[in-house]
Design a protein around this ligand. Structure first.
Ligand SMILES: Nc1ncnc2c1ncn2[C@@H]1O[C@H](COP(=O)(O)OP(=O)(O)OP(=O)(O)O)[C@@H](O)[C@H]1O
Ligand SMILES: Nc1ncnc2c1ncn2[C@@H]1O[C@H](COP(=O)(O)OP(=O)(O)OP(=O)(O)O)[C@@H](O)[C@H]1O
Ligand SMILES: [Mg+2]
Ligand SMILES: [Mg+2]
Lengths: 260, 260
């Protein structure tokens, strides 16, 4: 089982879109792929027409069981099928928003997701974890569970500043909690028509070198149409520029040797 | 003094862009406008080349003084000029991220911003408060301080879902804390070329009627160029489609009778 986490503290950079696009491609190729929604806003769950306000059981049940020291819920009940064969989802619930306040200080809450996924090792080849735009217990869980971290970064000025801070915070959290997976920076929403985008991409590559994927996801309005339709872009409109870019990224990710 | 808060729990919807664009227009017309950065990520401060990792004093000093029951810092020291006459900024610092955990439960922390702004009533005609994409003490402060709330919403499917939840949460917080200002929903990043965008705008207007501004901010890549240049769009490139839309919005906002 290979596990990727998609995270960035900056909002609206394409975390959910990246999770759906990559997992969708693997499912389309006949693999078993699981998406895990750790965002209390539940965008990933909403994308597949599940309502995070009314979801039970959800990822939240895992944390509740740990906090109450009761047995883990049945993992099978947490995994929901989607309309796309091979593609499954472990949905979020809005109750996740209370976790940091309620349980943040308790020990042993950082490995809840890692342990749940270990229980699904035979069932899924690939897992993608979508994160909220906030550094808290949910993101720490995602970092502890994954083999690699993907950081989507828009090719624009403010996003580069946010990236510096994110990497700085991750190093600190990594030392404190012992979780700092290797990461790949994924330039996205690239608009080749604007000088600002081109300059930002150049600066990103200069500053981060090999840590940045050598490709780029272009600005493509068909991602919105795919989310409106509740389908990964590869199922909704094969051959789009955005979808093709994620295919190239997926090849790069699969080539990198990850822990089995 | 008229005070607007720009908020939405969804990330990357144009909160900072809206703050800068509206305040910039008022400054360009010769008014005195103050922007307040309540986002621990400090995008608004970075936009104007201030570093939220190294800022002291900042908005954080206000909360610290209240928590320690010491006198408020000199408000003048908190207000920084920008390169644009009439446009000033009260910057954020990354230390704001610790507030909810440290002080969230303390009473009287919800009115820190409102009271600080009361002290600047003679100095500024207009104030715009930029919020982080999280519902916490900082957003509650912003809601308590403002006369009106502007909610930027992208014209895309997932954003509409997020809006329902946001309004639901606001009603609840409003009842608990007695702060629920009138609000205007601002459709943004509208792309007239895609069906998904057009359909979403129609659904937004059907669901929210008069609470939604009857205009729309189009998708315009020149906002990125403006942020790269560290200038409000009206100073950076007069006459853009995006900039013109904010002018129309500003007229609507100024026409609405707000508390003086
Ligand atoms: N390459 C792209 N080109 C154009 N639009 C994109 C691209 N990637 C994502 N989008 C759109 O940008 C918006 C934000 O994307 P998404 O919701 O995936 O971001 P996010 O980082 O998950 O946001 P949040 O921080 O709220 O979780 C969506 O409308 C999505 O369709
Ligand atoms: N109408 C628009 N058309 C195109 N791009 C836009 C528009 N409005 C904002 N943007 C761009 O979208 C990105 C996100 O905008 P912004 O940072 O203002 O959002 P935000 O809601 O403040 O994000 P956060 O939740 O991280 O604080 C920026 O790159 C900005 O330049
Ligand atoms: Mg998301
Ligand atoms: Mg912002």
């Amino acid at each position: 089982m290979k596990i990727w986490t998609i995270a960035n503290q900056k909002g609206g950079v394409g975390k959910t879109t990246t999770t759906v696009s990559l997992a969708g491609l693997l499912a389309q190729r006949g693999h078993s792929a699981l998406m895990v929604d750790l965002d209390p806003q539940g965008s990933l769950s909403s994308y597949f027409r599940l309502d995070p306000d009314r979801l039970d059981p959800s990822v939240y049940s895992l944390f509740q069981a740990r906090a109450n020291k009761s047995p883990l819920p049945d993992l099978e009940a947490l995994v929901r099928p989607t309309a796309f064969p091979g593609l499954h989802l472990m949905p979020a619930s809005t109750a996740l928003a209370t976790l940091d306040r309620q349980l943040g200080a308790q020990d042993g809450m950082g490995l809840v997701i890692a342990q749940a996924l270990a229980g699904l090792r035979e069932r899924f080849e690939y897992v993608f974890i979508d994160c909220p735009p906030v550094l808290g217990m949910l993101m720490v869980n995602a970092l502890a569970a994954c083999h690699q971290l993907i950081i989507p970064v828009q090719t624009e000025f403010l996003a580069l500043k946010g990236l510096e801070r994110m990497l700085h915070t991750l190093q600190m959290v990594g030392k404190a909690k012992g979780v700092m997976p290797p990461y790949t920076i994924m330039p996205t929403m690239f608009d080749k028509r604007t000088r600002a985008s081109i300059e930002c991409l150049r600066a990103l590559r200069e500053q981060h070198g090999a840590a940045a994927w050598n490709g780029v996801v272009p600005l493509d309005t068909r991602f919105r149409e795919a989310s409106q339709a509740g389908a990964p872009i590869c199922f909704h409109q094969p051959g789009t520029r955005g979808g093709n870019a994620y295919e190239v990224l997926l090849e790069t990710l699969l080539d990198q040797e990850l822990e089995p």
